[in-house]
Write a protein that binds this ligand. Structure first.
Ligand SMILES: Cc1cc2nc3c(=O)[nH]c(=O)nc-3n(C[C@H](O)[C@H](O)[C@H](O)COP(=O)(O)OP(=O)(O)OC[C@H]3O[C@@H](n4cnc5c(N)ncnc54)[C@H](O)[C@@H]3O)c2cc1C
Length: 402
């Protein structure tokens, strides 16, 4: 019997899980092909909700076996360590898997930018375990503050510095602001002793959104008592202090680092061409330049918007679109169909600012937009998150039961 041809998807995040499910659908009658999915975790992480898990311990994972059950997908739990494009093999430590086609969707990881002391003395927020560590730490901190009799020491404990004013930084800051109200109330501590400071390197928060949204988000953060220090960078960190580029030194026990991402070294080590943030250079079909059987999607891919000629931002909605397109293009490559170029569709942008508040917009037909600030926004944000789970269910051809 002839061996099956392997189509391998590395990474079960937004891009990878979508690609694997779409491939399974497309190839369901082609029994000579096997779809493989690899991830270091046995679950799909709803990464855009990690800040909620870090503060409220919400559920942000879905077991992969539930998503893929009864599909033609073999799931491998493991850490991808090397891609050998010459022999079309990927390695997970000592194990290997050959591929006929490959989709790289390993997402991004935290970038500490070599800032002295930051890696050792701050919390990143990129994975479920990061969120769990933060949750645990803040819960303990809130419990310890009750028995701290010195106001100065309490203030140091309750001064939180968040590095980075992008989506994840501001969403986390807003959640934290709501949480510490509860924490000080329970500990009988004066809420004015709490300070939440977001350090932003540019002139505005969430700079990838239009300025009018940045301004609205800024105002809402200020209303929540959050301080924004703009045009400033964190230049060093010790266990008790943060030094800013302005020369100011802040005393704090807690720094949450949301100030940068980068892509794993894996692709660079495999000889693929790398662009900004270490993202893999892909052509208009999302194929890795110079590698006819390898596609890259999501945060890993340096996809370019053909209209603006700018790099498509690292965002969940683009990872989902690219996952679907890469699967369709792999199918077209194999069966001689027409491949489609990538045209990113910006369907909306929503920034959650706590449980009951969100700011953003959604696209409507005929190039119209609906904008919102407030409780309705938080309902719409929940609806977007629900829609991802709904689409996973639809793509997997059945309802996932929790
Ligand atoms: C706190 C936070 C909030 C965010 N909020 C938003 C938002 O509101 N809207 C938005 O659009 N975007 C948001 N983002 C960004 C968004 O989450 C990413 O752009 C998106 O997850 C990228 O999808 P992906 O498929 O490329 O990678 P990911 O979703 O990161 O998936 C990568 C997968 O690869 C696996 N993996 C990585 N390396 C290996 C390896 N070596 N071996 C095996 N498996 C591996 C990981 O376990 C993971 O499952 C947020 C990000 C964070 C951290």
């Amino acid at each position: 019997m002839q061996a099956k041809k392997n189509i391998v998807v590395m990474g079960a995040g937004y891009g990878g899980i979508t690609a694997a499910l779409r491939l399974a659908r497309l190839f369901h009658k082609h029994h000579d092909y096997q779809i493989h999915l690899i991830d270091r975790n046995p679950y799909h992480t709803l990464k855009t909700q990690l800040h909620e898990a870090a503060i409220r311990k919400t559920e942000v994972t879905i077991p992969i076996d539930r998503i893929i059950q009864r599909r033609n997908i073999l799931f491998h739990l493991g850490e991808v360590t090397r891609i050998d494009s010459a022999t079309q093999t990927i390695f997970m430590g000592s194990k290997s898997l050959s591929f006929h086609y490959l989709a790289i969707a390993l997402g991004s990881q935290v970038n500490f930018h070599n800032i002295p002391g930051l890696r050792e003395n701050s919390f990143p927020l990129q994975t479920l375990s990061d969120a769990q560590l933060i949750y645990d730490y803040i819960t303990r901190l809130c419990a310890r503050v009750v028995s701290e009799s010195s106001e100065n020491r309490r203030r140091d404990m309750l001064r939180f510095v968040i590095g980075g004013g992008g989506l994840s930084g501001v969403e986390f800051a807003a959640e934290l602001a709501e949480h510490v109200v509860q924490c000080t109330h329970n500990s009988h501590v004066n809420p004015h002793e709490v300070e939440i400071i977001v350090v932003v390197s540019g002139s505005r928060v969430v700079p990838r959104m239009d300025e009018s949204f940045s301004t609205r988000i800024y105002k809402k953060l200020i209303e929540k008592g959050i301080k924004i220090v703009s045009e400033t960078k964190i230049v060093s960190r010790t266990a008790d202090t943060v030094t800013l580029s302005s020369g100011k030194v802040l005393r704090t026990k807690t720094v949450i680092w949301a100030g940068g991402i980068r892509i794993q070294e894996l692709a660079r080590r495999s000889g693929m061409k790398i662009g900004q943030l270490g993202r893999i250079i892909v052509d208009t079909f999302l194929k890795v330049e110079g590698y006819p059987t390898i596609y890259a999607i999501g945060d890993n891919a340096l996809a370019v918007n053909p209209c603006s000629k700018e790099a498509v931002p690292a965002a969940a909605q683009f990872a989902l679109q690219q996952g679907r397109l890469a699967a369709n293009n792999i199918y077209a490559d194999i069966f001689g169909g027409m491949r489609k170029p990538y045209h990113p569709k910006l369907l909306g942008e929503v920034v959650g600012l706590g449980r009951h508040l969100a700011v953003g917009w959604f696209a409507l037909p005929f190039f119209e937009k609906i904008t919102f600030v407030g409780f309705l926004g938080s309902l719409l944000k929940a609806a977007v998150q629900g829609k991802h789970i709904f689409l996973l269910r639809k793509e997997s051809g059945k309802w996932i039961t929790y």
